[in-house]
Structures are given as C-alpha cells and as structure tokens.
Design a protein around this ligand. Structure first.
Ligand code: ADP
Ligand code: MG
Length: 365
C-alpha cells in the first residue's frame, strides 16, 4: 500500500521497539529493517559492522557466493579506512589537518581527492547561502558536547572563533590544485559530509568488483543499490526523533541514499535548553527549532550535506531549497514533533508490515 495524498496521515502506525525489527541497528535515525537471509540458490549475503569515523558502520553485500560478498565488504571497509586517514580533522597526520595547520600561510597543494571534496563542499555552501560551511570548525572547536557537567563556550572566545568561520575564505586553484585557507586560524572539518562521501566510495568499490547489490550504513548515512538477496528492495525505517526507540515510517529503496541529521545523538543540556552539534555558521551557536532532517536522493554525499544544511536553514527555507532540487526529497521534524515533508516525499513511503503504535509525531496537513 502506498501512502496516498497526505503524508503519514494520522500517525497511528509506528512500530514497536527497534531492537525487535529484523537485523537492524539504529544510528542517526535510520534503521535497515530487512532480514539478512541465509545463503540460498540466489546467492549469498555478507554483512559486517565496525566503528569508523567515530560511528558504527555496517556494510552488506549480496553476491553469487559468500566469499565474493565477504571480499567486497572487506574492500569497502578498506576504502573507508583510507578515506578517514586522509580527510579526518581529528587525526593529526591527515591531509586535512596539515591543511588546517597551514591556514593563513598561503596556498597548499593537496590531493585530487581532498581538492574535489572541498570544491563540492563549497558548492553546497553557495547553494545554501552559507548554512553549510566546512569552516564551521573555527567556532565548532569551542563546543564540547561530551563535557560533564555540560558547559557553554566562553562568549568572547566564540566571537573570536567566529571570525575564522567563512567558506568564502577558502580559495581554490584548480590548475595548481591548491587550497588556501586565507583566514588565519580557520580550519575545516567534514563532519557533515565525510560519511556520505565514504558511503558513496564504498558503494563504488563494491560495484567495481562486480557486486550488484549492497547496503552501506555509514553511521546512519545509508547508500543502497540493487536488491536484497530475496529480491526485495532495501527496507529502511525512520526513527521517531522524540522517541528514538520507535520507528514511524518505512521506505523501500534501491539506488538511493538516505541520510538523517538529528539533534538527539550529540548534545548538551543546560537549564533545560538543548544545544546540539549542528551549528549556524553565522552565529557559532547550535541551531534550534528542528530535531531531525531526513534527505533521500541518489547521492550519499549530497544527501549528507543537504541534511545538515536543511537543519540549519529550518523548515521553511530548508524545504524551499529541497523542492527546487530535482530528485531530492526530505522530511523535516520540528521540535514540536510536526512533520514537514517535501513535495513528493510521500511517494517514497510504504506502511505495510508494521503493528500500530501511537507516535508523538504530528502530520502538518
Ligand atoms: P551526523 O554526524 O550525526 O551524521 P551531520 O551530518 O549533520 O550529522 O553532521 C554534523 C557534524 O557536522 C557536526 O558534528 C560538525 O562536525 C559538523 N557541522 C556542524 N555544523 C555544521 C555546518 N553548519 N556546516 C557544516 N558542518 C557542520
Ligand atoms: Mg550531514
């Protein structure tokens, strides 16, 4: 049954606890719900899970036989390791960290890969009027979302940090393949796009090996291609951000990425106010008003960057942007639990197979 006209109608059809659903593991609001079936005449499925980029990653490949599927998953993980070592701003020896140390000291020659990632990041910044900004880290480094007790950054330090934020300060020279962080003290970080890029690359590596079906869950950023071993589409559950143990919608996908940015995984609470890890690059402060953004489009990296962007832009401007982009859909949930879908999001949603459980979420229309 396809959900007709109104998205997610009266929200009486969530499901029970996530842990009960299939072989899923929940990260950042998304859950793979398909069952990994044992080897059959159709082929074999191999799945493994590992911590990468500070999040749990799991990779599934469907192939003719178990060995081929396993080799593909291993190759995909090796690719993710390679990417993380190069782009992570948390690693002192990464190319990104070398570039950050070079801020204010002129152009630096970088790899094609880093150049490309920065170039694409800047184009998302332009597309979003600066809501997405890899130089957020100038202010972002002052926020500690793990501190106990929770503490806000010093206002003066934040003001100084903000002076180092601004994607316009990142200068590219394609011919020389150089990047210049022209603002002294500025630094970049790919927290909002790197996992999507890694998921894309992992899928690419598997496809290059002849794998026709796979699912990459990069810490909640999902890229799916082909079909499950039993011939069915990949089934993704959306977790209720107000009650992350329940899911409230099910999407069946192939050759799509689906990414959720939420405020319920990394945040501090002070005097009842929640400060989450997505910052408005214009103020240096965490964004309020939205609790979750899910973006579906064929490209994992773009989905990742747009989910973060829409989070910053808010419901109205965020959806205005999404509705302008062909082949991109989104669902935004505001802090009162209201659902705000993009124009054709409902065409992606299926409902069958779930027991009813009342959700706190409210439909907008
Ligand atoms: P998650 O990491 O949970 O998947 P996101 O993709 O939304 O969530 O990325 C959030 C991360 O992106 C933050 O932890 C931070 O590293 C970085 N970030 C925060 N605000 C911005 C911003 N406005 N633009 C770009 N990156 C940001
Ligand atoms: Mg993101």
């Amino acid at each position: 049954m396809k959900l007709p006209k109104k998205l997610l109608g009266p929200m009486g059809w969530g499901v029970g606890p996530l842990r009960r659903a299939g072989s899923g593991c929940m990260t950042a609001g998304l859950l793979f719900m398909g069952l990994i079936t044992p080897a059959s005449t159709h082929g074999a499925t191999h799945k493994s899970t590992d911590a990468k980029m500070g999040s749990p990653f799991s990779i599934t490949a469907v192939a003719e036989d178990e060995d081929t599927a396993r080799a593909a998953v291993e190759a995909a993980f090796a690719e993710i390791d390679r990417i993380e070592a190069r782009i992570s701003s948390w690693r002192e020896d990464s190319e990104t960290s070398t570039l950050n140390r070079h801020a204010g000291r002129g152009p630096m020659v970088v790899s094609d890969e880093l150049f490309g990632l920065i170039r694409r990041s800047l184009s998302v910044s332009k597309l979003t009027g600066g809501a997405f900004d890899i130089t957020f880290a100038g202010a972002g480094k002052l926020w500690d979302f793990k501190a106990k007790p929770a503490v806000l950054p010093d206002a003066e330090a934040l003001k100084r940090g903000l002076a180092a934020v601004g994607y316009q300060g990142v200068k590219l020279d394609a011919e020389q393949r150089t990047v210049e962080l022209s603002i002294p003290g500025s630094r970049i970080g790919f927290g909002a796009i790197g996992k999507g890029y890694a998921a894309n690359r992992a899928a690419h590596v598997m496809k290059d090996m002849g794998i026709r079906s796979g699912l990459i869950n990069a810490g909640g950023d999902l890229v799916a291609f082909g079909r499950q071993e039993n011939g069915e589409l990949w089934t993704i559950g959306l977790a209720d951000p107000l009650n992350p143990d329940t899911i409230f919608a099910r999407l069946d996908l192939t050759d799509q990425a689906i990414v959720t940015s939420g405020d319920y995984e990394r945040f501090i609470e002070i005097d009842g106010a929640r400060y989450a890890h997505i910052l408005d690059p214009r103020t240096g402060w965490p964004v309020r008003g939205v609790v979750s953004v899910t973006v579906v489009c064929p490209d994992g990296e773009l989905a990742d960057a747009l989910a973060t962007s829409v989070f910053v832009l808010g419901v109205e401007k965020g959806l205005e942007l999404i509705n302008r982009l062909r082949g991109v859909e989104a669902l935004v949930i505001d802090d009162s639990g209201r659902l705000h879908p993009s124009e054709s999001f409902q065409t992606l949603v299926v409902t069958e197979g779930h027991s009813a459980k009342t959700s706190n979420l409210k439909s907008t229309s």
